[in-house]
Design a protein around this ligand. Structure first.
Ligand SMILES: Cc1cc2nc3c(=O)[nH]c(=O)nc-3n(C[C@H](O)[C@H](O)[C@H](O)COP(=O)(O)O)c2cc1C
Length: 160
């Protein structure tokens, strides 16, 4: 088990765009499910559902028809987040819990917001009243990207 200090987890996370095809052990996935389930949401409404797509044919169809981002082909899991209309904010909080839990488990992820919602909806038979704000490939990283530049804390934070 990899145990990291929480700030180390935050510092270590990167958008991963190259994955090994190795499957993810079930006990690691269980931790990601738990991280999603423990996230806060307005009125504790938990207005979301998370589809973990492992099936290779389905994953590849999503990438081919909806994403057009080839790096997604190799990731052994694509997590597709669905939520009630207007609840993408709550969903992002839960997904960030999952992304950081994945980092803590030694797994790579990448937030993917640029994809064709209608195609994903059709492939996964997602109800028309649900939004699909984000999807996240999950797998072992096959690259080690440099840290991306960020605005300075002075630019971001104002203490009054
Ligand atoms: C809401 C959101 C949507 C994103 N959509 C995409 C995407 O469609 N494709 C992609 O390759 N990266 C996507 N990214 C990843 C960002 O490009 C990446 O997080 C950013 O460049 C910072 O790099 P880092 O995550 O390694 O720190 C997205 C990130 C967020 C938070």
């Amino acid at each position: 088990m990899i145990v990291m200090d929480f700030m180390e987890v935050i510092c270590k996370r990167r958008a991963i765009r190259k994955y090994k095809r190795d499957p993810i052990p079930e006990e690691k996935l269980e931790k990601l499910y738990k991280a999603l389930s423990l996230a806060p949401s307005g009125n504790n409404r938990q207005p979301y559902k998370f589809m973990f797509v492992k099936d290779e044919q389905t994953r590849h169809e999503i990438v081919r028809r909806a994403c057009h981002q080839d790096f997604l082909y190799d990731a052994p899991v694509i997590m597709v987040a669905c939520c009630e209309a207007g609840r993408a904010f709550d969903t992002a909080i839960a997904v960030d819990h999952m992304v950081l839990a994945a980092t803590n488990e030694g797994l790579g992820t990448c937030w993917v917001g640029w994809f064709e919602r209608d195609a994903v909806r059709e492939i996964l038979e997602i109800d028309s009243d649900l939004e699909i704000p984000i999807l996240v490939p999950i797998g072992y990283a096959d690259e080690n990207p440099e840290k991306k530049p960020r605005k300075s804390i002075r630019e971001l934070v104002k203490v009054i």
